[in-house]
Design a protein around this ligand. Structure first.
Ligand SMILES: NC(=O)c1ccc[n+]([C@@H]2O[C@H](COP(=O)([O-])OP(=O)(O)OC[C@H]3O[C@@H](n4cnc5c(N)ncnc54)[C@H](OP(=O)(O)O)[C@@H]3O)[C@@H](O)[C@H]2O)c1
Length: 286
């Protein structure tokens, strides 16, 4: 049997342990991680995947692009695809910091709970990989999207990067602390918290009496949670009249989706998994 080899190309110095484990759980026989991979040095790594196996075995080699920077991941993903030609290609997935799979799970569960079209959505701390992808997925559902950052400059940069990739620019909002983020969600129906691990973004008092808010999702599983007054295990739970999804509530679907995509990488040699088709799968699984 030809071994299923998953090459984990990470833009960070050390390849992600999380992505390595899920690579095995998704069906790879071996996960080989490389850190510090850039668009400049990836060429030889890609060549090693496309020139080594014949047409019938090539589908058992695949590439996963990860790392903590969405823009670096997108650039690496583009550089890998640029190296492919004719049938000299392998299947490829982009999921920097779990961006696509986590955002897809969160937004798909929100969309399952209620229609998102024409609603105002604010992605709190929307400058990281998960927040940037969540903004795009919320937009694809017809929501009017804004992202917050502690810095206007980073909010602008993330908004521009989202525009470059998806053709729409979420409104960039500077919100330096929980009070400012509470002001930013005034009038919004959807709050999607995508802050760094262990960072609280909004207290319970900031949302419990906000009559406009209908849906809340929080990606941060490590206490203190991103949204005060919810539980990480909440999955479409009603709190203060709002439907709430915590990080573990969406984490089950995220892992299922991540594993499913890894498994599908080995079903052909021409699959490209990124935001659009990963989100479509999340909706089907949700
Ligand atoms: N539930 C799951 O299954 C799952 C899976 C993967 C990831 N996650 C979680 O998803 C979340 C987002 O991941 P990510 O990789 O996109 O996050 P990230 O890049 O580490 O951080 C996102 C943003 O958080 C903001 N931030 C950082 N420190 C802060 C602070 N002290 N106060 C306020 N804001 C701060 C930053 O925005 P500014 O500097 O622009 O303000 C940053 O761009 C994380 O909590 C991660 O653990 C969950």
């Amino acid at each position: 049997m030809t071994k299923k080899l998953l090459f984990l190309l990470d833009t960070d110095p050390a390849p992600s342990v999380f992505d390595t484990v899920v690579g095995y759980d998704g069906g790879a026989d071996h996960v080989i991680g490389y850190g510090g991979v850039t668009q400049e040095n990836v060429g030889a790594l890609v060549d090693g995947t496309i020139f080594t196996r014949g047409p019938k075995e090539k589908q058992f080699t695949a590439i996963f692009v990860g790392g903590s920077s969405m823009t670096a991941g997108e650039a690496l993903f583009a550089a890998v695809t640029k190296r492919f030609f004719a049938n000299f290609r392998v299947s490829l997935m982009l999921d920097s910091n779990g961006s696509n799979t986590t955002a897809a799970a969160g937004v798909a569960l929100l969309a399952k709970a209620k229609a998102l079209a024409r609603k105002k959505a604010v992605v709190l701390a929307g400058t990281g990989p998960v927040g940037m992808r969540a903004a795009a997925m919320l937009h694809s559902e017809g929501a009017e999207v804004a992202i917050t950052s502690r810095s206007k400059q980073r909010a602008d940069a993330a908004s521009n990067a989202i525009k470059d990739r998806f053709g729409f620019a979420p409104a960039p909002i500077e919100a330096v602390d929980n009070e400012a983020r509470a002001a930013a969600v005034k009038g919004a129906q959807i709050v999607f918290a995508a802050g760094a691990i262990g960072i609280p973004l909004l207290d319970e008092k900031h949302w419990q009496d906000n009559a406009a808010i209908e849906l809340i999702a929080d990606c941060n599983a490590q206490p203190p949670l991103g949204i005060g007054g919810i539980e990480a295990i909440d999955k479409a739970k009603e709190r203060h009249g709002k439907i709430v999804i915590g990080a573990l509530g969406l984490g089950g679907l995220k892992l299922k989706l991540h594993r499913a995509c890894i498994g599908q990488l080995f079903e052909g040699s021409d699959q490209l998994f990124d935001a659009e088709n990963i989100y479509a799968q999340a909706k089907a699984l949700a």
